[in-house]
Design a protein around this ligand. Sequence first.
Ligand SMILES: Nc1ncnc2c1ncn2[C@@H]1O[C@H](COP(=O)(O)OP(=O)(O)OP(=O)(O)O)[C@@H](O)[C@H]1O
Ligand SMILES: [Mg+2]
Length: 256
Amino acid sequence: MPVKNNDVRIKAENVDFYYGTHKAIKNISIDFYNDKVTAFIGPSGCGKSTFIRLLNRMNDLIANAKACGSIYLDGENILSPKADVVKIRRKIGMVFQKPNPFPKSIWQNISYGLEIQGEKDKKKIEAVVEDSLRKAALWNEVKDRLRDNALKLSGGQQQRLCIARCLAVDPEVILFDEPCASLDPISTNKIEDLILELKKNYTIAIVTHNMQQAARVSDFTAFMYLGELIEFGVTSQIFTVPKEKKTEEYLSGKFG
Ligand SMILES: Nc1ncnc2c1ncn2[C@@H]1O[C@H](COP(=O)(O)OP(=O)(O)OP(=O)(O)O)[C@@H](O)[C@H]1O
Ligand SMILES: [Mg+2]
């Protein structure tokens, strides 16, 4: 798949990350393309979550952790101490393995982000709530119960609500860390369809242990092993003719 250099949305260069003295990310350079899905695969503990969490500064709260290198978004280095973390997290939303709605109403889960941004226009909030729920393919299931507590929703619905909450603040990039790990096959299908729909407008990174899922939803695949990016390429190439022996061994189930 030819991608022009100006289609690069995020550019990570020579990124290292340490938990204390443990180097969990080793000199990773990778580009994320506009309106494309990049999947991260690799055995447990290889650094997938650590790496994608660096993209929106989610590792900041970890004591004694240190990041080196650069990650550019819109010309700004996300890793710089001067970077505006609130702005970064608005531009780069994240959806986690376990759905984590607030213990509030469906409506409040979506409106919250707008309200903390200072939005007071009720009509605008109403429109964003509906639009976000529609984009997350949840509107039809919840439109008559928007005041219900979000925790009453099923796991799959809660995960789509978390996606809607993320969309409500109008991000540019969405990070998914094993978003289907706690979901049944039907909910998983819905999330996968949703990711394929969302990539028309958003740059997406997804960590997954499900190889079929990576093959189905991603345009590019990054294979990580022991903190290193072993291979990056177009998904169909990685899955059919990987260049690195380690990738081939992982995909054929020799370890992992
Ligand atoms: N908060 C932490 N403090 C110290 N070490 C950590 C912390 N979080 C992760 N690590 C270590 O960093 C390495 C990478 O972990 P990470 O969670 O990024 O792996 P992963 O590829 O996401 O694994 P999994 O597939 O199991 O989710 C591992 O060796 C892990 O033990
Ligand atoms: Mg992980």
